[in-house]
Design a protein around this ligand. Structure first.
Ligand code: GAP
Length: 458
């Protein structure tokens, strides 16, 4: 009974988050005016800023702060041979079952309720849609790549795919970066970009979509060094997740057993997060061995080896791959930040974003809208602050309490109000989102104080 109550509270939380995201311009259902498109989501103005903040925090930490990383931005459309070599044409498939009663199709591993592949006997149990027993028929595997044709002729030779992972863009550019920059091992290629998977049953909001973004690194090492680098990425990942606001108790590491690992992996850790709908994979860290470079050497004939000048030896580097799902990270941050409490005797909803993640950093208000001298002063303060801190908003709509609630709901960490004292002694109030406490500060110290709170106190 207790468990049931908790589960329904958690699923209620998910609905509240989806509703807030739509209402306040974070995420909208894709193609909504035409009834939507399953597995596609559109980011609105605040969602886009949140997304960009997360991308920038990731890029800074994993690329720009390091000396051994090279960023790339490869084309989404790639030669079909890439996906033949990588094993995706042959093996990137989910087991599919169809109910002969209601004709709905499901991923077999979703029928059993867990992430493991269900046995034939389990498939014959109950259809999740119509509830009939013994009507689920196992079908052939379903390849999840979106197929398309390049150019006007639709035949075998023009087939291409929307990439299902950004990783291959990095493997096929290994030689280009080597030739341009001559990096020494270990070094990595990093990329943030769209990936597409024709998921059988997209679900749980941004968690399982058909179009999503990944933030991936292919880090090339000597075979003998892989464990050391794997461990160092494991620690960096945990630190970065904490830095963007995920509680360490909500993040869990799952050592993926050999039978569940992708075909290219000799070791994988799934970093899982306690989403309201259960503990699920947020990102993966895999040791891909030399599988991909070797596969592309065999298929393309290109020389993707590495020559060690000192040791005078040539070999194919091995690869460690941290693979972050950007949308799953956004969803985890939203779930972690979503908070309900009571303030001033009223129920309130707020997003407890870290200031570095928050899409709006500061809101500036005049205490009263109908006092031109207050509005003028607040506008001046807004213009000055905007030179240094962005994004920042000006709001004089409704009463001050409503303005605070609106900013709380989108996670704005600080609200600055110009009141009658401002006109007298050039001070303003700065309100903290989480506590609701207000502090009076001198206007000429405002930028420095806020800058430190937003960028210096992570
Ligand atoms: N290059 C390795 C790779 O793509 P993966 O485990 O298939 O590995 C990596 O995907 C990450 O991409 C996942 O941990 C998840 O965060 C994200 N991801 C995968 N499928 C997704 C989907 N349908 N919707 C949203 N994110 C997805």
């Amino acid at each position: 009974m207790e468990i049931e109550k908790k589960e329904s509270a958690e699923s209620g939380k998910m609905e509240k988050i989806i509703s807030l995201c739509k209402r306040r311009g974070f995420v909208y259902p894709g193609s909504e005016i035409y009834g939507g498109l399953s597995g596609a989501w559109d980011y609105g103005p605040l969602g886009l800023t949140l997304k960009n903040n997360i991308k920038n925090l990731w890029w800074n930490r994993f690329v720009e702060e390091r000396d051994d990383m090279y960023g790339i931005d490869a084309a989404i459309l790639m030669n079909a041979k890439v996906w033949e070599a990588s094993g995706h044409v042959a093996g990137f498939a989910d087991p599919l079952v169809e109910c002969k009663n209601c004709r709905k199709k499901f991923r077999a591993d979703h029928i059993s309720g867990g992430e493991k592949e269900a046995s034939t006997q389990e498939l014959a149990k109950e259809c999740p849609e119509c509830g009939k027993f013994g009507t689920l028929l196992p079908e052939s595997k379903f390849n999840m790549m979106f197929k398309t044709n390049i150019g006007p002729v639709e035949d075998k030779s023009s087939v291409s795919y929307l990439r299902p992972e950004t990783a291959q863009g990095m493997f096929v550019n290994f030689k280009n970066v080597m030739d341009s920059f001559h990096p020494r091992l270990p070094f990595g290629l990093a990329q943030i970009g769209k990936a597409f998977r024709n998921e059988i049953s997209p679900r749980d909001f941004l968690f399982r979509a058909r179009e999503f973004e990944q933030m991936e690194i292919e880090y090339f090492v000597r075979e003998g060094d892989w464990e050391k680098h794997f461990e160092s990425f494991r620690m960096e990942i945990l630190e970065w997740l904490a830095g963007v606001g995920l509680d360490k108790d909500s993040v869990h590491e799952l050592e993926v057993p050999a039978e569940d690992r992708a075909h290219y992996s000799k070791r994988t850790i799934d970093f899982e997060f306690d989403y309201p709908f259960g503990r699920k994979e947020l990102l993966g860290l895999a040791y891909r061995t030399d599988f991909d470079l070797s596969a592309h050497i065999n298929k393309s004939g290109a020389d993707l080896s590495y020559y060690d000048e000192e040791k005078k030896e040539r070999f194919t580097p091995h690869c460690i791959e941290p693979s972050f799902g950007l949308d799953r990270t956004i969803l985890a941050i939203l779930c972690e930040a979503y908070t309900e409490d009571e303030m001033g005797g009223e129920k309130r909803i707020f997003l407890k974003f870290k200031p570095s993640v928050a899409p709006v950093k500061v809101a500036v208000f005049p205490l009263l809208k109908n006092k031109p001298e207050l509005v003028k002063k607040a506008e001046e303060i807004f213009r000055e602050l905007k030179k240094e801190i962005r994004p920042i908003v000006f709001d004089d709509n409704g009463n001050i309490g409503k303005r605070y609630r609106r900013q709380d709901e989108i996670g704005t960490p600080y609200c600055v109000t110009a009141d009658f004292d401002t006109l007298e002694n050039d001070t303003v109030t700065v309100r903290d989102r989480d506590t609701g406490k207000q502090e009076r500060v001198k206007t000429d110290e405002l930028v420095n104080i806020l800058r430190e709170d937003i960028y210096g106190k992570e």
